[in-house]
Write a protein that binds this ligand. Structure first.
Ligand code: PLP
Length: 438
């Protein structure tokens, strides 16, 4: 707690804000009517954030993994201000357009795998997956195969909170209580090779069997994250993606890769698919595209989808799609990622962090320490109380000035790619201490 007269003012303001927050706001992913004491953040710089009392935190997650370039970038503030001063927004529906989104589409297609051909802009990841699922279904419909509507998804996958994106999310605790979700989703097993177990053949066999049972001619697409994020930062088993792709191609099923977390450097590449040698038909991005400075997402559409859907009326879109301010910020953000070599840095620092945390696997109550690039997870064992134990680690680390996130029984890490070695080592020390006593 701060001391001295200005410290006391800080504390009074902090207390008043906290009381007001509790009385007025329903937070996403909170308990209605039983809000928690908020952590009210007000400033950020690089890998650090400060709360309203002036307390500093090392940001081990960059919020919800959205901020590869780090906090407090003046270039991004300037890009936004300049565009707002010129033209804040105009709809992109139909034949309206604006220069920043045209330039951003061009840039994204330069960076993406060569089979990507067009870009549909969104405000975030859920919208991106709604768009991808509808587009995959429409493509088959338009090509004369309306019965191809089933979406294959995976247990442990997270695709968002909308009608289709939640229906494709394979995490039970997030699905309960909302009545019937969008039909036509089929779940496959979680692709997780715990401590290197040999599971790929079984996963591939399951996909083959499921396609056989449903009938390939009823399946529109397969949706998956290259690395499971909310599902616990789980890298895919070896060879998984190329083998999945081969099956899908053979059966005319489109591949939607949800790269909302994995794109823009998080796992050392512009797009995670490059790392896993897979060429999707649709790539969904958001978060790191604008580093979260403005809500912004982009769905990249590949040539096979265009072949099927060319000429179809896509009566789909949200008011703020193609937002010029979001696009201007995204362009400036991509410039920073490139100029500062942050993709290679993610790989280097991610390996250092993984090596430093790996010894936690010796503890009986730690199931696995895993990760790729700057997406890491420490999974506690799977007993009944381990989600609470993971939440306890999150709370104690925060008290010690380190932000990590409990996702089920896993503590997930995804620091800004600009974090420095000292900050990374401090984060490691605090996390190690609290996991050891979890
Ligand atoms: N897809 C993945 C892989 C995500 O991790 C998320 C959010 O964490 C989403 C989709 C949803 O994105 P948004 O919260 O921007 O709607």
């Amino acid at each position: 707690t701060s001391t001295g007269p200005s410290g006391r003012e800080h504390d009074d303001r902090a207390r008043r804000l906290a009381e007001l927050d509790v009385r007025t706001v329903i937070h996403p992913h909170s308990v209605i009517g039983a809000p928690e004491e908020p952590l009210i953040l007000e400033r950020g710089d690089g890998a650090m954030v400060w709360d309203v009392t002036g307390k500093a935190y090392i940001d081990g997650t960059c919020g919800l993994w959205q901020c590869p370039v780090g906090h407090g970038r003046p270039e991004l503030a300037e890009a936004a201000a300049e565009q707002i001063a010129k033209l804040e927004f105009y709809s992109s529906f139909g034949d309206y357009s604006n220069e920043p989104s045209i330039r951003l589409a061009e840039r994204l297609l330069e960076l993406a795998p060569p089979t990507m051909r067009r870009v549909f802009f969104t405000n975030g990841g859920s919208e991106g997956n709604e768009t991808a699922i509808k587009l995959a279904r429409l493509a088959h419909h338009h090509a004369g195969r309306p019965e191809r509507s089933v979406i294959l998804a995976r247990t442990g996958g997270y695709h968002g909170m909308g009608g289709g994106s939640l229906a494709a999310t394979g995490i039970d605790r997030l699905r309960a209580g909302y009545g019937p979700l969008m039909p036509g989703i089929e779940f496959l097993a979680k692709p997780h090779a715990v401590r290197g177990a040999d599971v790929t053949d079984a996963l591939i066999a399951e996909i083959e069997e499921r396609i056989e049972r449903i009938g390939a001619d009823r399946i529109a697409a397969f949706v998956g994250e290259p690395v499971l994020g909310v599902g616990g930062m789980v890298p895919p088993p070896p060879d998984y993606w190329p083998r999945v792709q081969e099956i899908l191609r053979r059966h005319g099923i489109l591949l939607i890769l949800d790269e909302v977390v994995t794109a823009f450097g998080r796992i050392g590449h512009w797009f995670g698919c490059e790392r896993y040698d897979v060429e999707p038909d649709i790539i969904v991005t958001a978060k790191g595209l604008s580093s979260g400075y403005i809500p912004m997402g982009a769905v990249l559409v590949g040539e096979r989808v265009l072949d099927l859907a060319g000429g179809a009326a896509f009566l789909h879109g949200f008011t703020y799609n193609g937002h010029p301010v979001g696009a201007a910020v995204a362009l400036a953000n991509i410039d920073i990622l490139e100029r500062e070599g942050l993709l290679a840095r993610a790989d280097r620092l991610g390996r250092r962090l993984l090596d430093a945390l790996k010894p936690l696997e010796r503890l009986d109550h730690v199931l696995e320490v895993r990760g790729v690039g700057m997406m890491l997870g420490v999974e506690l064992d799977r007993g009944p109380d381990t989600a609470a134990a993971a939440a306890g680690v999150q709370a104690r680390a925060r008290a010690d000035g380190v932000i990590v996130r409990a996702s089920g029984n896993t503590i997930v890490l995804s620091p800004p790619l600009v974090i420095d070695e000292q900050q990374l080592d401090a984060l490691t020390r605090v996390l190690t201490e609290h996991v050891a006593t979890a």
